[in-house]
Design a protein around this ligand. Structure first.
Ligand SMILES: C[S@@+](CC[C@H](N)C(=O)[O-])C[C@H]1O[C@@H](n2cnc3c(N)ncnc32)[C@H](O)[C@@H]1O
Length: 213
């Protein structure tokens, strides 16, 4: 590991400790189940200042709702509930251990501005609630899992027309979004914001929208 990598790792760790003390949670310590398997990536908590920079709270409407997909120990869920005025917030997490820690964090955190629901599920088995408008992804999964997820968002939008925004940290599968009619709104270093209007082309039934495979 070179000096720059070590410094970045130290910065992430210090930011994590600061976040945990500030919000009275534990999102930084090691977790046994945070292991990489197939398409599914392991746990690493976000530096949530990046979320605030790419999606300023002033751009959130009172009708907007938020989901962190692959919510881990709930750091982003906590940050969203403390800094924004979302109508509600959802976290979806595959690992039972991480989900349990997230539930603890939500129970212990300083007062939230929005109600929070945590769901322990593989994203493949999660029915996207029709009111969700803003999705956060910190590179939780790749490959076919990511493509199925995008297909399901588009199917949900077709059934329940609404503007959908996606905050994508380390956007290694960005092409899967643009192929399905998402457009890049802005990008800052390793974080990008995408949006899709209900009238957007792409991702129709001919692309298998809504199909689980
Ligand atoms: C890089 S971490 C991000 C954690 C959190 N969103 C954050 O930004 O602090 C990715 C998370 O996605 C979860 N994950 C991976 N595959 C998943 C799947 N198929 N369904 C739900 N969660 C998944 C992992 O367990 C991990 O907690």
């Amino acid at each position: 590991m070179d000096l720059n990598q070590s410094l970045r790792r130290l910065r992430r760790h210090l930011y994590g400790r600061y976040f945990d003390i500030r919000h009275r949670v534990d999102t930084t310590s090691w977790a046994a189940e945070s292991l990489h398997r197939g398409d599914h990536n392991s746990y690493a908590p976000s530096e949530t200042w990046q979320l605030l920079r790419i999606l300023p709270p002033s751009e959130i409407l009172p009708t907007d709702t938020f989901a962190d997909v692959g919510s881990g120990k709930g750091r982003v869920v906590v940050a969203a509930a403390r800094h924004y005025g979302f109508r509600r917030i959802v976290g979806v997490e595959l690992s039972a251990e991480l989900d349990r820690i997230a539930r603890n964090n939500v129970a212990e955190m300083r007062p939230a501005r929005s109600p929070i629901t945590l769901v322990h599920s593989d994203v493949d088995h999660w029915d996207i609630p029709p009111d969700l408008t803003v999705f956060h992804l910190f590179n939780p999964f790749t490959g076919p899992t990511f493509r199925r997820f995008v297909t399901n968002i588009v199917a949900s939008q077709r059934k329940h027309p609404r503007t959908i925004r996606v905050v994508y940290v380390r956007p290694v599968m960005a092409e899967a979004l643009t192929e399905q009619g998402f457009t890049l709104v802005r990008s800052r270093r390793t974080v990008s914001l995408y949006a899709r209007e209900p009238s957007a082309a792409g991702g129709g039934p001919e692309h298998g929208a809504g199909v689980r495979y």
